[in-house]
Design a protein around this ligand. Structure first.
Ligand code: HEM
Length: 146
């Protein structure tokens, strides 16, 4: 069997280092930091396990956390296009710092660019319907009335 991206990265620890570098940026981000809980450590570990699993380490995340269901797990956080863009920018900057084979860089970058927009769950205010309701479930008169 050909090596996975996680193999090429040198194993799951490469994603621990990537996520550490990413969280340094999240901690300083005025938009993203408030979405994250006070204790960043559990989420950090989960994201590293998820990425290592996604890129080849079978079951590493799922055995601890169950099915990823990323859209569902991100539903509580108000992710609009701007927040998603900040997240991707921090992840790509953290990635650029890592000494990893080109193939790994390319695969992670491609995934981050492709996956981040799928987690957007809030529309920008200027395209909301006239009653202010967010049909994707954001706060608005209809949502707060229920
Ligand atoms: C490629 C894109 C992304 C991936 C693969 C990803 C993956 C994950 C994973 C695996 C977790 C941990 C879930 C668990 O509890 O087991 C998580 C948590 C979280 N994600 Fe994401 N995510 C992405 C994008 C985003 C974006 C765009 C935002 C916000 C702008 C975001 C905000 C959060 C927050 C606030 C948590 C909770 C952290 C905690 O509980 O400590 N994520 N994400």
């Amino acid at each position: 069997m050909s090596p996975t991206i996680t193999d090429l990265a040198g194993g799951p620890d490469a994603f621990v280092r990537l996520v550490d570098a990413f969280y340094v940026r999240v901690e300083q981000d005025p938009v993203l930091r408030p979405m994250y809980p006070e204790d960043l450590e559990p989420g950090k570990a989960h994201l590293a396990l998820f990425l290592a699993q996604y890129f080849g380490a079978t079951d590493l995340y799922t055995s601890q956390r169950g099915h990823p269901r990323l859209r569902m797990r991100h539903a509580p956080f108000p992710i609009d296009a701007g927040a998603a863009d900040r997240w991707a920018t921090h992840m790509l900057a953290a990635l650029a710092e890592q000494e990893l084979p080109d193939e790994v860089h390319a695969a992670v970058e491609e995934y981050v660019r492709r996956a981040t927009p799928t987690l957007i769950n809030r529309l920008p205010a200027d395209v909301l319907p006239p009653d202010g309701r967010d049909p994707w479930g954001g706060d608005g008169p209809a949502a707060s009335a229920t």
